[in-house]
Each structure stands twice: as C-alpha cells, then as structure tokens.
Design a protein around this ligand. Structure first.
Ligand code: ME8
Length: 711
C-alpha cells in the first residue's frame, strides 16, 4: 500500500469531548502511529461536526453566534487532543469554505445522477442522534441511544434514492468481505440491507444553520450528509484535485458502532451516486461504558478525559483504553481498574524492568553495556515471536492483542532476569561474559518492547528508548528495520538512570508525579457539571482498605484480623505444613503482632546499640505467596544484591502490589527459617488497629534508592 488515509468520526461540538469520544481518537491515533512506524505515508484526519441543531441551540443559549461558539469549541477540542498526544495531520470543520465547496459539489453530482427528489417527510427525529427514527426503532417511545423523546417532524424535504443502491451495496459487501469490521457489525449491516432500505431525507427545511442545498437554497443539506462528506473535503474534493488524487479513497474510517448505518450504507451509496470511489474499510468500534451504560454527555455518564490523563498521565490512559477494551467490543472505564492496571502494567512491570536494568547496568557496568561474542540468549527468540504476533494483531486492528504482544517481551525480560540472577553472576569474575550477555539482552528486549509500544504510549516510549541508549529520534524508527534483535559482538549501549517512570500509586490517593507523568492539577477543578466521577468519600474509604481485602465481606474480614492478632491460623502453624521445620520465632516482626512499646523512659538503648541495626532501603523485585500460608509472602529484595525475605504481609498486601515497591528493612538480622524458607532480613511495618501491617514508605526512591542506609 502506497499510502494510508485514516479518519475518525467528526464530533458534535455542543459539549467538550468525553472519554468515549476520546477513546475513538486514541485508538485511531494508535493505528496512525503504527502505520507511520511501518513506514507508510499516512494522513490522519479528525475534525468537528458543527452544523448540528444542538450546536445552534447551545450557541443561542449562550447568546453568541454559532460560528463564534464553534471557534471556541474547536480550541477546547484541540486542547484535549493535544494533551492526549493525538497526532492528527489535519483537522476539518464543517463550517470551513473547503467543506462547503465539497458538499455543494457532491450533492450536485447526486442530483445530476437523478438521485434527489422532492417529497414530504413525516415522522420522528432524534436531535441528539440528528437522525430520523422509524417508529419500530423507538423503545417506549424514546430513542434507545439517548433515552429522550424524539420530535415529530412534518416537512418538505429532498430525498436521496438510497433504495436504488441496495443491490450495488450488497454486491460491494460480497466482493469486499473486509469492507466493514468487525464481523458482527458487517452482519448487522448485511441483515439491514437484506431487509430492504428506504430512501432517506437529504435536506432539512426551515433551518438557518447548515450548507444550502444546491437544488433549493431555502433548505440546508441534512447534517449527516453534510458531515459524511468531510472525509472527502479534508483531502481536497472539489477544491484540490491533486491532494484528492493523492489520498482518496480513504483507507480506513474509524467510527463508533452507533453510526455504522450512516457510514456503511448511506455514505457508500452517496459516493456511488456521485461517481466517487468508496473508502476501503470501515471499523465500527464498541462503546466505553460507565457503570454499565454507554458513556455519554446526554446520559450524564461522561468522564472527563483530561481528568483521567492528569491523574496518571496521558500514556497510561491511552494504554488502559487500548489494552483493557478489546477493539471492536464494549468495555468499562472505572477509576479503580484504571489505577490497578497502571500499577500492574506500568509501575510493577515495565517501569520496574526499566529501573532494574538501569540499576544493574550502573552497579555492575557503570551504565555501559557491551554485547559479548556469545550468541544471544532466549530473549532474542521470544522478542522475534512477539514482533510477529504484534504485526499480525496490528494489521488486523486488534490493538489489544498488539499491546499484549509488546508486554510479552516485558514479561519475558522480567522472568529472564529472575532466572539468570545477574546479581549472582556479578559475584563471579569468571562469569563476566554471561553477565554481559544477560544485561545486554535485557536492554535489547526493553528497546524492542518500547518500540512496539510507541504507538500506544508515544511520550513514555521515547523516554524508555532514550534510557536504554537509543540515540536516534523515536520518530525515525521503523518496525521492519528496528524491531529486529541487534546484538552483534561488540555492540554497545549506554543505559541512563532516571526517576521512576511510573511510581506506584496507592489506589484512590493522589498520584505521584513520575518521570512519565505530567504535573497533576486537582482533578475536581477540571470537572464540568455534566461529567461524573466517584465521590471522593467513596474512594478514600476504599483506599483505607488494602487492595486484596476489598473483595472480602466485612464479617469475614474482621474474623481474619482477629485471628491475625491473636494466633496463627491452623494451617499456618509450622507443624502443619509437610515441609515445615520446627517452629522458629518469626524473623519478621510483621509476622506476629508488635509488642507493646516500652514506656517512655524505660528500656532505652544507646546510640551505639541502635547503630548496630543495619536499616536499608530495598526494592521488592519479586513477590509470591508462601504455599500453605495465609500470612507469609516470599520477597526478593534488591539492596546490596538480592536477598530472600519472608514477611508476614499477605493479609494486607497482594504480591503484585509489592513488586517494584521500596521498603525499609533490617539488613543484618541473623537468617531465620519460616515455613521451611530462609529469611534474610525483616521488613519494617507499622501495625494498624487490627494488628495488620502497614508498610513504611520511602518518600523519594530516586534519591534513596535500593541499598540506601536508613538511620
Ligand atoms: O456521532 N464510547 O458525533 P458524536 C465509544 N457527529 N465511542 C463513543 C462513545 C462511547 N461512549 N460515545 C460516542 C457523531 N462515541 C457525529 C459523527 S461522522 C461523519 C459524524 C463515538 O460527537 C461515536 O460513536 O456523537 C462517534 O464515532 C464519535 O464518538 C463522535 O460522536
């Protein structure tokens, strides 16, 4: 393919974008960036649909000219798209002269083809859909999408002979099985065409706001016919033949599933009538839901995309939308899930991998990694397989599978570090080449993962690539040439350290500003009255309950905590476990209730005695449940090398919540055995009212990184 012309639906501007409309733009942006990464000349067009009655009414309510209102809204829309890093090449507005020219030309061609005729329309009209509604499509007399009562219209209109194109459309679908994706939408449209289509109104009488119908300038072109033509006017139809030749037909229209009938029946029929080639493909994505309902301003279920982007950063939001929602299906947005995915995918997984690499590179090789002569390890093959999966998925617009393939590389790299134990290799000078191989390969895996993730998280991936020593500009990288394992003997990379890219957040609490996150403002100040969010009280209350316990009913929870305070549970008593050695005092204070503090003035220790305790900052690089124990977790803590610590944190923290986290621990405690496992240290935690541990946090892990002394 010599080019890729991609469009999104153009938005009604009576309200600011919400997360549902933003989702579409993010998904399309990922596709556009992927095409560019593949080296395909790409034109990505978005825009605003301004001739709607709602826009006119809104401007009237505000007492300003409709065009002045649209100008103001354009600035708002552009601001949101810029903050979400949407890389459109052109932004069309239906009030622009180039669009008016194109509409006039295309509607005239339709008239010349004998496909416009005058008639009377009488029926329902939903202003929110800007759509004529047959009685059978109403549910309890309301529009099922906007849940509002439609208006009864009776007016003289010009009709488009859509019925004439039923057979040509069916033929087109038969000859182009991928014209409409995903398949479920195609089937819906085929059923609709098979059932027969009626001619549709192409003009509105008595309207002042719109483009005059060439055949009858007292009417305006029906807003949907007007809006659909934007795809052609944006590439010069009727105004710039050369541009039109270069880019038309569109390669892909990305739209929501509620507007497939307009795009996959009406629009192709209009083009057939006007003698213009049809777009190659339409993708009808699903809806973002909020609490089980379509996210929508008119339903009062909209979330502000800027609030979400400001909470954790635009890239985590882009990642959430494209990874969490299978492209083509509906999916939910919840704040809790958003935060959870952030912690799992970014703080604990990719972010942790990048910091681990930087810290090992610095510690063992002063940041400079050199590929040794030995052949690459298993990561090379894993990365090649992931790249192939990624391409297959992305070429089929399965964005969620594309991003998953990229994260496979991240998972494999993390597993590889654990399996190869570079901290052990580092102790043995004879294994220096193995250490070089390991570190270089991890760097290469991170580079490839970041390259694959670039369309999803452009800003963050640029930074990750820089940190793993990529010196070329991210925009110049190409999938074919650069997503290839490149570790010839002697190749070098300089790994840069930096702040944590995505610091772990405590659910419901303000997010820390990571290197990849923008400065936050108070999200509440961004709320417009029509946008919803969880109540702050609810979120704070949930935050007070550790993640894992949120699903435990209250009664059960209190039983758990009582048990935790008073005794070890039956199955946790060392004697019960088959492999358990004789009971030992738990080395970790958090494995049993903390003793009451001595009264002030008694049992004081000297400074020298205190200084005997070697307290350190450690980073949890691995965490898992200890089999047969409800309380204990096996942690691998990185400080001066990596050590195993068995800690009684399981009732308050899930293992995945701990990976990547910085803790304070006693480093010079004698080894002890717990449930048959050796523990080399004790993690410090406060104890809450229920006797459950509350970990001590390190305020700034970038300054007090793993190994830092605590006094
Ligand atoms: O329909 N989830 O404009 P619009 C996912 N102007 N996508 C959603 C969504 C949600 N909750 N809510 C809306 C229009 N969308 C017309 C388009 S194109 C020639 C004219 C999608 O502002 C919706 O499906 O109501 C559409 O694709 C886009 O956002 C703009 O919606």
């Amino acid at each position: 393919m010599s080019k890729f012309y991609l469009t999104t639906a153009i938005d009604y501007v009576n309200n600011r974008p919400h997360l549902g409309t933003a989702y579409e733009k993010v998904a399309a942006d990922v596709i556009a960036r992927y095409q560019r990464l593949c080296g395909v000349p790409t034109r990505f067009v978005m825009g605003n649909d301004e001739h709607s009655q709602n826009v006119y009414q809104r401007a009237q309510e505000l007492g300003i000219e409709p065009l002045a209102f649209c100008d103001r809204m354009e600035a708002e829309f552009r601001d949101v798209w810029q903050r979400l890093d949407i890389s459109f090449d052109d932004f069309i507005r239906t009030t622009q002269p180039r669009h008016r020219e194109a509409v006039t030309r295309l509607v005239s061609r339709i008239a010349e083809a004998g496909d416009l005729y005058e008639g009377d329309y009488e029926g329902w009209y939903c202003v929110s859909c800007e759509s004529f509604k047959p009685e059978k499509d109403l549910v309890d007399g309301r529009c099922p999408i906007h849940q509002r009562e439609p208006e009864w219209l009776k007016e003289k209109n010009h009709f488009f002979r859509l019925s004439r194109y039923r057979k040509p459309l069916l033929d087109h679908y038969a000859a182009n099985p991928h014209f409409l994706e995903p398949e479920i939408r195609r089937n819906e449209i085929l059923r609709l065409l098979e059932a027969g289509v009626e001619d549709i109104s192409m003009s509105r009488a008595g309207q002042l706001w719109g483009i005059p119908l060439p055949a009858n300038p007292a009417s305006v072109v029906y807003v949907w016919a007007d809006a659909l033509i934007n795809y052609a006017s944006a590439v010069g139809y009727g105004t710039d033949e050369e541009l039109f030749e270069r880019w038309w037909p569109a390669d892909l229209h990305v739209i929501g599933k509620d507007i497939t009938r307009f795009h996959c029946v009406v629009w192709p029929a209009m083009l057939m009538s006007a003698g213009v080639p049809l777009p190659r493909q339409v993708f009808g994505h699903g809806w973002v839901h909020w609490k089980g309902q379509k996210m929508s301003k008119s339903l009062g279920t909209a979330v502000d995309p800027l609030e979400a982007a400001e909470r954790l950063g635009p890239d985590p939001l882009r990642l959430y939308l494209t990874r969490e929602i299978a492209f083509g299906q509906d999916g939910d947005f919840t704040w809790d899930r958003f935060e959870e995915r952030y912690n799992v995918d970014l703080a604990n997984n990719l972010g942790n991998l990048v910091s681990r690499l930087a810290s090992m590179a610095r510690r063992y090789r002063q940041g400079r990694l050199v590929s040794p002569a030995a052949p690459p390890g298993p990561l090379a093959e894993a990365a090649a397989a992931a790249v192939a999966d990624y391409r297959r998925a992305m070429d089929a617009f399965a964005l969620h599978r594309g991003v998953a393939a990229a994260f496979d590389v991240v998972d494999r790299a993390n597993e590889f570090i654990t399996a190869s134990e570079p901290w052990v290799l580092a102790r043995d000078p004879e294994r220096a080449a193995d250490l070089d191989r390991c570190l270089y390969d991890v760097g290469e895996a991170v580079r490839i993962a970041a390259l694959l993730l670039t369309p999803f998280m452009p800003g963050s991936c640029r930074e990750v690539l820089r940190r793993v020593g990529e010196t070329r500009d991210a925009g110049a990288l190409q999938l074919d040439r650069d997503a290839v394992w490149a570790a010839p003997p002697g190749a070098e990379r300089t790994v840069q350290a930096g702040d944590a890219l995505w610091p772990r957040i405590e659910p419901g609490k303000p997010a820390p500003g990571g290197a990849a996150a923008p400065k936050r403002t108070d999200p509440a100040t961004r709320l417009s009255p029509t946008l919803v969010r969880d109540s702050g009280a609810g979120r704070a209350a949930r935050a007070a309950v550790p993640d894992e316990e949120q699903s435990v009913p209250t009664r059960e929870r209190s039983a758990v905590t009582r048990e935790g305070r008073e005794s070890m549970s039956e199955d946790e008593r060392p004697g019960r476990a088959a492999e358990a050695p004789p009971a030992t005092e738990p080395a970790a204070a958090e494995a049993k209730p903390a003793p009451a503090p001595p009264e002030a003035g008694t049992a004081r220790i000297s400074f020298d005695e205190f200084m005997k305790v070697d307290l350190r900052v450690g980073r949890v690089v691995q965490a898992e449940a200890v089999p047969k124990s409800k309380k204990l977790l096996r942690l691998e803590i990185e400080a001066d090398g990596v050590r195993q610590v068995i800690a009684g944190l399981a009732r308050a923290y899930s293992p995945e919540a701990l990976v990547g986290r910085h803790v304070v621990f006693v480093a010079n405690l004698e080894p002890a055995r717990l449930m048959g496992l050796e523990s080399n240290g004790m993690v410090l935690a406060a104890v809450d009212a229920n006797g459950e541990p509350v970990l001590l946090a390190v305020d700034d892990p970038a300054r007090a990184s793993a190994g830092a002394r605590v006094r």
